[in-house]
Every structure is written in C-alpha cells, then in structure tokens.
Design a protein around this ligand. Structure first.
Ligand SMILES: Nc1ncnc2c1ncn2[C@@H]1O[C@H](COP(=O)(O)OP(=O)(O)O)[C@@H](O)[C@H]1O
Ligand SMILES: [Mg+2]
Length: 158
C-alpha cells in the first residue's frame, strides 16, 4: 500500500490557525470530509472557523459540543460536528449525520468517538502543542484519493 501524503504547518496564534483553516476551506468541495484530532483547547474549533470562511460561510461558527452538529450555508454547505459528548453511536443515526455526507462538507471534531462509523477518504488533521504557549503543529494527512488531491492543491496554493 502506498503511503498517503502528509504535510505539517506551524502556527503561532489562533489567527494563524484560522488563516490556515481558510486556506484549507478554499480547497474543499461538496462531499469532502475533514477529521480534526487534538486535545481540548488544541484549536480544532478555531481551524473549523477558518474552514468556514474558506467555504464562504457568512455566519459565525460556534462550538457544536452540546448539539453535536451545526449546519451553515456557504459555497457548499458546512456540517460542523463535535462528537466529544457523544454518548452512543445511535445518536449519530438520529441526527442523520451520515445522510449529510453528500450534501456538503463534514468537519468532525473528536472523530475517534465514532471510529468505525466515519465516512472514508478526505483528510485527517492532527493539532499538537508547539514549542511555545500559543504555538501549534498542524499535520494534515490524506485518507484516500480525494484526500491526496486536497493535499496537493493545498501545498500548491502556497
Ligand atoms: N496557535 C493557536 N491556534 C489555535 N488556537 C490557539 C493557538 N494559540 C492559542 N490558542 C487558543 O487555544 C484555544 C483553542 O480553542 P478551540 O479552538 O476551541 O479548541 P478545541 O476546539 O480544540 O477544543 C483558544 O482559546 C485559542 O485562543
Ligand atoms: Mg472544539
């Protein structure tokens, strides 16, 4: 099996993480899936807010932790999902989360909570602490052929 491409970015403020998210969001299109990994406070929601800007979402994006999923109109629809408080996998069925996979972009915080249920392909993002308080290392990993294209476009887009 060929290794999927992976690339890393460093950010030094929440604004830089939002800007990186915006770059990523500009590359995304309907049907894309972005999994966001990282501890509480890592910056997953900040990155998602940037992705929303890149998808031309005009509303402000807030954390969906209590509702599990927020939907925003944009260039394509954004489904911002946070599975932190997911109690059981059945809740995802009730929300119809996977029914939306083809209607827009899915951006999923805490995807490990639904490990075996996640849609294939797209990209996976890991946000880790950097070497200063506000520094983060943001690694983007492809999960399939569409993910490969997203990564190539992201790297080409400077
Ligand atoms: N480089 C950075 N990128 C993103 N957030 C940062 C950064 N530096 C500091 N922060 C702070 O970290 C927190 C990230 O919060 P949030 O995006 O809600 O995290 P998560 O969704 O991963 O729990 C915010 O308080 C933000 O101001
Ligand atoms: Mg969050």
């Amino acid at each position: 099996v060929a290794t999927r491409p992976r690339t890393s970015f460093s950010t030094y403020s929440e604004e830089e993480t939002r800007a990186l998210g915006e770059r990523l969001g500009r590359v995304l299109r309907r049907g894309d899936v972005v999994l966001l990994h990282g501890e509480l406070g890592a910056g997953k929601t900040r990155l998602a807010q940037g992705i929303a800007v890149g998808l031309d979402v005009r509303q402000s994006v807030t954390s969906p932790s209590y509702v599990l999923m927020n939907e925003y109109p944009g260039r394509t629809r954004l489904f911002h999902i946070d599975l932190y408080r997911l109690a059981e996998a059945g809740e995802l069925e009730d929300l119809g989360v996977w029914d939306h996979a083809e209607d827009g972009c899915l951006v999923i915080e805490w995807p490990e909570r639904a490990e075996n249920l996640l849609p294939a392909d797209g990209i996976e993002v890991f946000i880790d602490e950097g070497d200063a308080a506000d520094a983060r290392v943001v690694s983007v990993q492809s999960r399939g052929s569409r993910g490969d294209t997203i990564l190539r476009t992201l790297e080409g887009a400077g």
